[in-house]
Ligand binder design. Structure first.
Ligand code: AMP
Ligand code: GLY
Length: 429
């Protein structure tokens, strides 16, 4: 098989790394890839959001399978563009990708199908109307920009002033662009967050192992939100009873609802859940894998990913083929100084080879590029140091030992990934 992977972050490096291990894979292209992916695949300089450019590339090379990492091309219809031409691709249609592309669409879908989610206070296309709704609400109130905003479109507002200021920035100052033209107001929920990710061929589905992200910049979940500073996976994150309850109350009604409305879902579906006293409630859908959850999930895969994804694309998923390593995995993100704000790039990265000498460790690249024989930083999240182990403690121990071998100017990382423990405070089930 010749495979095209779209994207250039840590998630895509994890996919490329795993796909390359398949005996049935001959060649992998990655658009645009990064400095680490370049060792495992042929990087092509087409932006992940350039659907027309990707179609033109696929027309020339005719990959046997295309796997899409980020949401942008999916929301822009790359799934339809490829399938219309008879090309195998893993990813939902433009309509089904609205689950991520529009928070209002997604909320209305959840309510219509009676899937548990935070109460919706309203959707607004004028700041004035949104302001006037605020005094009647109980805080915290969650404000969500409707469209794609690169992770910056949600605020959990603790009081009126915070809410008003955010709405002003999003709707009046247009700080988030078109994604912020409409907003959604909903009730704030409390509890533990869990990412539940499945892959589906449109009829059958298979859950991936559970993973938890760490979104805040600093230890103890302090500091600003980021794309994700680390993740871990262990089966203890999702006790059987909780899994059953998520499948019955959330997953199956979601897949059935999408099929019933004529937009069956194919690809990876990421369900962001809050586990609180009322049981699992949906916070968000993503029409793709999470980053850095994927790095932790892929590390535990004990199956041929190319075969499984080929089956997904052709509507013949065999869920029992997804076998997983027992134990745990962890991914620690090494970030540039200043991230998630302004940061410098072009810093040489040292110690990669000695980090990977530690058993069970793979260093997955995100914001790197190759300059001559050197790897230099090119983004905010630079590397995801990923490790497996028989226990969460062992996986974390290896990942942190490897992280300590790596150096670049102003590198920083969280020291407490996976330290909240590996069981849930409240399963709600
Ligand atoms: P979203 O992109 O909708 O998942 O929102 C990003 C983050 O905002 C989530 O991971 C949660 O931490 C938080 N969040 C979203 N909705 C809610 C809610 N209803 N209650 C509390 N926190 C929320
Ligand atoms: N790690 C969260 C996300 O990919 O959306």
């Amino acid at each position: 098989m010749n495979i095209l992977v779209i994207g250039g972050g840590g998630r895509e490096h994890a996919l490329v790394w795993k796909l390359k291990q398949s005996p049935r894979v001959e060649k992998i292209w990655c658009a645009p890839g990064n400095g680490g992916i370049a060792r495992d695949a042929e990087c092509v300089t087409i932006d992940a959001g350039d659907v027309a450019g990707l179609v033109a590339f696929a027309e020339k090379k005719l990959p046997d399978l295309t796997v899409v990492g980020p949401e942008l091309p999916l929301v822009d219809g790359i799934g339809d563009a490829f399938r219309e031409r008879g090309w195998a691709i893993v990813g939902p249609s433009k309509l089904a990708a609205q689950l991520e592309g529009s928070k209002i669409f997604s909320k209305e879908f959840l309510l219509r199908h009676r899937i548990p989610t935070a109460k919706m206070y309203g959707s607004f296309d004028s700041a004035k109307d949104a302001y006037s709704a605020l005094p009647n609400l109980t805080f915290p109130v969650v404000i969500k920009a409707d469209g794609l905003c690169a992770g910056k479109g949600v605020l959990v507002a603790q009081d009126f002033e915070q809410a008003r200021y955010f709405i002003e920035r999003v709707m009046e100052k247009n700080e988030l662009g078109a994604g912020g033209r409409r907003i959604l107001l909903e009730a704030g929920l409390e509890g533990d967050e869990l990412s539940f990710i499945i892959v589906t061929d449109g009829k059958r589905y298979a859950p991936l192992v559970p993973a938890r992200d760490h979104k805040r910049l600093l230890d103890g979940n302090q500091g600003p939100n980021t794309g994700g500073m680390g993740a871990y996976s262990t089966d203890a994150l999702l006790p059987e009873e909780l899994r059953t309850s998520i499948v019955a109350s959330v997953l199956e009604p979601t897949l059935a609802g999408l099929a019933d409305q004529g937009t069956p879902y194919q690809g990876f579906l990421y369900i962001g859940l809050m586990l609180g006293p009322c049981g699992p409630q949906v916070l968000e859908f993503n029409c793709r894998l999470g980053d850095p959850e994927t790095q932790a999930i892929v590390a535990r895969m004990d199956f041929d990913l190319a075969e499984v994804l080929q089956n997904v694309a052709s509507g013949r998923l065999v869920a029992s083929k997804l076998r997983w390593k027992p134990g745990a995995s962890a991914c620690v993100v090494l970030a540039s100084g200043g991230y998630p704000g302004k940061f410098q790039t072009g810093k040489p990265v040292d110690g990669l080879a000695s980090a990977e000498q530690i058993a069970g460790v793979k260093v997955l690249h995100a914001g790197t590029k190759r300059v001559g024989n050197e790897i230099v930083t090119s983004g905010g999240r630079v590397l995801g140091v990923t490790a497996v182990g028989p226990t969460l403690g062992a996986a974390l121990g290896s990942a942190y030992a490897a992280a300590e071998k790596i150096r670049f100017d102003r590198m920083h990382y969280r020291k407490d990934i996976g330290r909240q423990g590996n069981t849930l405070r409240a399963t709600g089930s």
